[in-house]
Design a protein around this ligand. Structure first.
Ligand code: F6R
Length: 242
């Protein structure tokens, strides 16, 4: 694991955008795995700047998002479809047909979760997977559990995740209780992984996930076993009190 400690959120956003930029420059038809949440917003803004400055093209890029809530219409501002359109897809020259998110409104979830894994495989697998981390150690929506999940699956969200994500909703009762997410195995299959950790509320979990025991009780800890992970963590999330 390559752990890069940066001063603040701005530097985290710049450095992570540079890594994505390098990936696309080396392989213009890269397959990117994308995350939502607050952490990557600055990175998406930096990528948008690079596109607008003519430094970067998404013409041949494909993207697969990690997850989506179940039961939210895609035009609901809290849906991850909406988030991605706002923060990246509508800002750059990516073709909408090259952007994939799991369908949280599929009639038959069992079919949707298998179909999503097949689409990733048909695209040739993920070249670079972007991840954030939940305060409980989740990646995607893979919550602490007795075993690491495999492919795309439907999950019940933990209380702490509902609590954390309620900041985006009018009140907690509106946060969906279930979501569809790429599994731990799907994430580990990515050729490269970029994990972003920002803010003092991630301090305990950052150390536990990166330096603690590898256990499904801390889903992100499995990343210690991946051969090509870069972690960008800001000082707020890394410095332990002296
Ligand atoms: C979002 C996702 C989640 C978030 C995590 C951290 O697509 O997969 O695992 O990365 O909940 O969210 P923030 O960045 O809002 O702290």
């Amino acid at each position: 694991m390559n752990i890069v400690i940066v001063k603040d959120y701005q530097e985290l956003s710049q450095k992570s955008a540079e890594i994505v930029e390098d990936q696309i420059l080396v392989k213009p038809d890269s397959v990117l795995g994308l995350a939502t949440g607050s952490t990557p917003i600055g990175m998406y803004a930096e990528l948008t700047e690079k596109y607008k400055a003519g430094l970067l093209s998404f013409e041949n890029v494909k993207t697969f998002n990690l997850d989506e809530y179940c039961g939210l219409p895609t035009d609901n501002p809290q849906s991850y479809h909406y988030f991605m359109n706002q923060n990246l897809f509508s800002q750059v020259n990516i073709h909408p047909e090259n952007t994939y998110l799991p369908n949280g409104n599929a009639l038959v979830m069992e079919q949707e979760r298998k179909a999503y894994d097949i689409k990733i495989a048909e695209a040739g697998g993920i070249d670079l997977q972007i991840l954030g981390i939940g305060v409980d150690g989740h990646i995607g929506f893979n919550e602490p559990s007795d075993e690491f999940s495999k492919g795309t699956n439907v999950v019940e969200l933990d209380k702490s995740t509902i609590e954390a994500n309620s900041r985006f909703f009018e009140d907690k009762s509106q946060v969906p209780r279930t979501a569809i997410t790429m599994g731990i195995e799907s994430i580990m299959n990515a050729r490269k992984i970029l994990l972003l950790i920002s803010g003092a509320n991630k301090k305990e979990i950052a150390h536990l996930a990166l330096q603690g025991e590898i256990t499904p009780r801390v889903p992100a800890s499995i990343l210690q076993n991946h051969p090509d992970v870069t972690v960008i963590v800001d000082e707020d999330a890394w410095q332990l009190p002296v």
